[in-house]
Ligand binder design. Structure first.
Ligand code: ZN
Length: 277
């Protein structure tokens, strides 16, 4: 098993979070990518997005420990628990209140179960085929605003202003009709997640990746199978290195238009279970 995360910037806290555990002939992993947004926008929360993803990730993993707990229930309980942790000092109705994508995986002796909410990606090798699961409902929100931002050079005031307009719109559409579900303070979002499962013996390698890490594929540096191969190698950190090298080679986003020059990256990798017999 391998987990790692790196912040996109030295002057901002990492809003990706990843946690995993193995034991009882199984493994569990949770990966979150918090929506922080530009610091110009208010959030109504004194804790911040890093705080949110850490608390939510720990609780979601804890929920997976009991194999009898459905994966959606594990997430719903975690969301509810963190909503209470905010306390009375935070305005949980503020559209900028911390939120996060979620990928959860539980491998037991018999099943591999997963949950995906938001645009992080789960990569599974199933009977030798590479399958990806990502919830792209967020992409349908503000596509015109995204295109406007993407047309401007990253790092300029114009790009930043377009990014603020894009994020403000995205925030308004969280967990409401016509918008998209995301983990925040409402446990009902867990039941809107993409879920599925496979027989344990059909799944070999598993990776959980934030959208910072899937830039590896988005930028054309390799396929998802290549990403699995790197994570399975003696130098799994090369996956992040390759993304950082590409980002550094294109600082203004001319080749690869994007919201942030460098994004937080996170990955979890669960290797195949060896046949004990
Ligand atoms: Zn708070």
């Amino acid at each position: 098993m391998y987990i790692d995360t790196r912040p996109g910037r030295g002057d901002k806290p990492n809003e990706d979070y990843v946690i995993a555990s193995a034991g009882g002939m199984g493994a569990r992993a949770v990966l979150l990518d918090g929506a922080g947004g530009p610091s110009e926008l208010p959030t109504g929360c004194s804790h911040g997005t890093s705080w949110y993803v850490t608390r939510l990730g720990e609780r979601a993993l804890f929920g997976l420990e009991n194999n009898q707990t459905p994966i959606t229930t594990a997430l719903a309980m975690a969301i509810d628990s963190v909503a209470r942790l905010h306390g009375l000092g935070c305005d949980l109705d503020n559209p900028g209140t911390p939120s996060s994508t979620v990928v959860m995986v539980r491998r037991t002796l018999t099943r591999v179960e997963y949950l995906v909410l938001g645009d992080s990606t789960l990569v599974l090798e199933v009977n030798g085929e590479v399958v990806t699961v990502s919830d792209r409902r967020i992409d349908s929100v503000g596509a015109d605003l995204y295109r406007r931002m993407a047309g401007l050079p990253t790092g300029t005031p114009e790009h930043q202003a377009a990014r603020i307009a894009f994020v403000e719109n995205q925030r308004r559409m969280r967990n409401r009709a016509g918008g998209y579900p995301i983990a925040s303070n409402d446990p009902r979002a867990a039941y809107e997640a993409v879920i599925g499962s496979y027989p344990a013996e059909s799944v070999s390698r598993i990776a959980l990746l934030s959208d910072g890490a899937t830039r590896f594929v988005e930028f054309g540096l390799g396929s998802f199978r290549d990403a699995l191969d790197i994570l399975d190698s003696s130098q799994p950190y090369r996956l992040f290195d390759r993304v950082r090298e590409a980002e550094a080679s294109d600082p203004s986003g001319r080749r690869w238009p994007r919201a942030k020059r460098r994004d937080d990256v996170a990955a979890a990798y669960l290797p195949p279970v060896l046949d004990a017999a």
